[in-house]
Design a protein around this ligand. Structure first.
Ligand code: NIG
Ligand code: FE
Length: 434
């Protein structure tokens, strides 16, 4: 039994109209695919007990009231009445680029006037337009910006966030970006997974010799990030105008050699074959707008997650969205994330992503919720701790003003998240400068 001092941090949530556990009955710990993507483990009049940042027990309000923790020592327990609320695991935003300093308003206006993302990048806008701000900023300034983004995310129900570097694009600025992510993670109660994405685009100083930049990534940046434990993953933008498949393979091979996980942006603007990437066992392949039927069938046999980012399609004004139906129906495990970044997806809102996924990708609200929580955790290989409400897991919880889970994807452009618990700690507006 816990001691009295440990008991003081206990929290009891009761009477949730719907509590979504996302617990899978068979106890299977792999990613959810096919019909599993619709299983929410829903409990009506749900309750949940938290102590020391972990979930102790979950069930109906009546069942949880009988738990020995409560019957033995009812004192020191903060109760949150969740009547009229939907309670679910906090969102896992498994793909974000928060290390930037300013919005790209010129790009925004150019695109409104008809220029494409690629044309804007070729004319000096795009990712390279964010470079100067990051290179000039101090680590603390970058960290402050990241903390502000993480605070917004928490306000929308997100408790775990993957954060990529990728706007520094030289050794010093990429390492500074990763240090800023680490600094920000120390200031926030949620979980942050850091990713080195020096392979975002080739910086201007290496434009004539991209091979030299790839060499620096493999020989200097990846070994240093691994040695200093500044990143868990390495990401690469495999695309026309960014990195070739061959360069990407070299980068991911170096990552694997240094025991870092790998992931890639692929098939965002043009089709690509996935096999050359799959040999590195990527945790996720992201965007996937142009994935082929054959590669979808291949992915269905693997634990690699297809992370779909519909907010980017929305913001770029595209007619086409990632092919969620095709992927889910053949058995690919799908996650949803914001892709928060200044060029293609300036949003921190996972509820907006759910809305876009349902309306434009024909995912059901249940599928969108599984993709934004449990499968997002799988995309970060964190499903042992995150992504579902089960005893022993981290107490990452979002509480929404709703009687029915479908409302999470129904209301858009408004924030109905009323409270977020990150490792059992309540996020409150006003903390972290909000
Ligand atoms: O995921 N595709 C590459 N990276 C980002 C865009 C970054 C930017 O334009 O600043 C994305 O969409
Ligand atoms: Fe991205």
């Amino acid at each position: 039994m816990p001691s009295d001092s440990q008991r003081s941090s206990a929290t009891l949530l009761t009477h949730a109209a719907q509590l979504l556990t996302l617990r899978y009955p068979s106890g299977d710990t792999g990613p959810r695919r096919g019909a599993q993507t619709r299983e929410l483990g829903l409990i009506e009049d749900g309750a949940l007990l938290i102590a020391d940042g972990k979930i102790v027990t979950v069930g109906t309000t009546g069942e949880v009231a009988k738990h020995e923790f409560l019957t033995a020592a009812p004192a020191h327990i903060e109760e949150i009445d969740c009547s009229g609320k939907v309670v679910l695991p906090g969102f896992v935003d498994s793909h974000t680029h928060p290390v930037f300093t300013a919005p790209r308003l010129m790009d925004f206006e150019k695109r409104i006037s008809g220029a494409s993302y690629e044309a804007i990048a070729e004319a000096g806008g795009g990712i390279r337009a964010s470079l100067r701000g990051v290179r000039d900023a101090r680590t603390e300034e970058l960290a402050e910006h990241i903390v502000s983004g993480l605070g917004e995310m928490a306000a929308y129900g997100t408790t775990t966030v993957e954060c990529k570097s990728g706007y520094g694009l030289n050794f010093a600025a990429e390492m500074k970006s990763l240090e800023a992510i680490r600094e920000a993670s120390h200031q926030c109660p949620g979980y942050v997974a850091a990713t080195l994405m020096a392979a975002h685009v080739v910086p201007p100083e290496h434009r004539e010799n991209p091979e030299e930049y790839v060499r620096i990534i493999c020989a200097d940046m990846i070994p240093t990030a691994a040695k200093l434990k500044l990143a868990s993953f390495v990401d690469v933008f495999v695309e026309r105008g960014a990195f070739t498949m061959e360069q990407s393979q070299r980068i991911l091979r170096s990552a694997v050699e240094h025991n870092l996980g790998v992931r890639a942006h692929v098939c965002q603007l043009t089709p690509a074959k996935l096999a050359p990437l799959l040999q590195f066992h990527p945790a996720s392949l992201d965007h996937m707008d142009f994935v082929s039927d054959e590669d979808a069938a291949l992915l269905a046999r693997l634990d690699t997650i297809a992370t779909l980012l519909p907010a980017a399609n929305y913001f770029l004004g595209l007619d086409k969205f990632p092919p969620a139906r095709k992927l889910i129906d053949v058995g690919v495990a799908v996650a949803l994330a914001t892709d928060y970044n200044p060029g293609t997806s300036p949003t921190t809102s996972m509820p907006f992503v759910l809305s876009a996924a349902c309306t434009h990708m024909k995912m059901s609200p249940a599928e969108a919720i599984v993709a934004a929580t449990y499968n997002g955790a799988c995309a970060l290989r964190l499903q042992g701790r995150k992504g579902s409400i089960e005893p022993g897991k981290d107490a990452d919880i979002a509480i929404f003003e709703a009687e029915d889970y479908r409302e999470l994807a129904y209301w858009f452009g408004v924030n109905r998240c009323r409270q977020t618990l990150l490792n059992g700690i309540a996020y409150s507006q006003g903390a972290n400068g909000h």
